[in-house]
Write a protein that binds this ligand. Structure first.
Ligand code: G3P
Length: 218
């Protein structure tokens, strides 16, 4: 399973990259706004800065909700760097745009996915990645991981090549369970990635090893 970081924060991106386990970055308009990145030129420059930090797929989301607008925005985003993946919402014009991008050699990430039916449509349209939002599903008292497993089964049965990108990750257990359920990629906040490191027995064991070493060395 590939690891992406879900942020537009350059420091966090660097920290995850320096772990040596990072395969890409996803952003969205909320994450860009959180970093105070506003205005067309600043947004484009920020995507370029992310591309320069990480040699992997970088998802950049369109703001338009009509076909023509999404195509124009997506083409401009794709020109920033060959690693840019155009993030397109799961709406009717979004599906048309994903088909157009796919036919024209621009890779896409279909976002705001909450059902298996949406996942089938996105795969049929030629999406490179599909982003089911598992945390937001869990927040509604449904089972986000169950959706990942269902889509994984459908894609395997049907031979779809769209990669399942588990998004809206809330904690380290989501990452483990997404991997079990067949996600191809997990995009995570830095805290969830770092949370994978944690185990009290590791800390206790290391403290013991170091204490024994110190004792033996006198
Ligand atoms: O990038 C999309 C997704 O990961 C959003 O996560 O935490 O806003 O539900 P969240």
């Amino acid at each position: 399973m590939k690891f992406f970081i879900d942020t537009a924060n350059l420091e966090q991106i660097k920290e995850a990259r320096d772990l040596g386990i990072l395969d890409g970055v996803t952003t969205n308009p909320s994450l860009m706004a959180k970093e105070g990145i506003t205005g067309h030129d600043n947004v484009m420059a920020h995507y370029k800065a992310i591309c320069e930090l990480v040699d992997g797929d970088i998802s950049a989301e369109v703001i338009s909700t009509d076909f023509e607008g999404m195509i124009a925005e997506g083409q401009a985003l794709a020109k920033i760097h060959s690693n840019i993946v155009v993030k397109v919402p799961m709406i009717k014009d979004g599906i048309k745009a994903i088909r157009w991008f796919s036919d024209n050699g621009i890779r896409t990430n279909c976002t705001l996915v909450f059902s298996a039916g949406q996942a089938i449509l996105a795969a049929k349209a030629g999406a490179t990645y599909l982003s089911p939002f598992i945390g937001r599903i869990d927040d509604m008292n449904w089972d986000g991981i169950e959706l990942i497993a269902q889509i994984s089964d459908i894609y395997a049965i049907q031979g779809y090549s769209t990669e399942i990108l588990a998004a809206s990750i809330r904690n380290p257990l989501h990452i483990v369970r997404a991997a079990e359920a067949g996600a191809d990629v997990c995009t995570c906040p830095l805290n969830s990635i770092l949370g994978l490191l944690k185990h009290p027995l590791t800390d206790i064991g290391l403290a013991q090893f170091l204490a024994d070493h110190k004792k033996a060395e006198g």
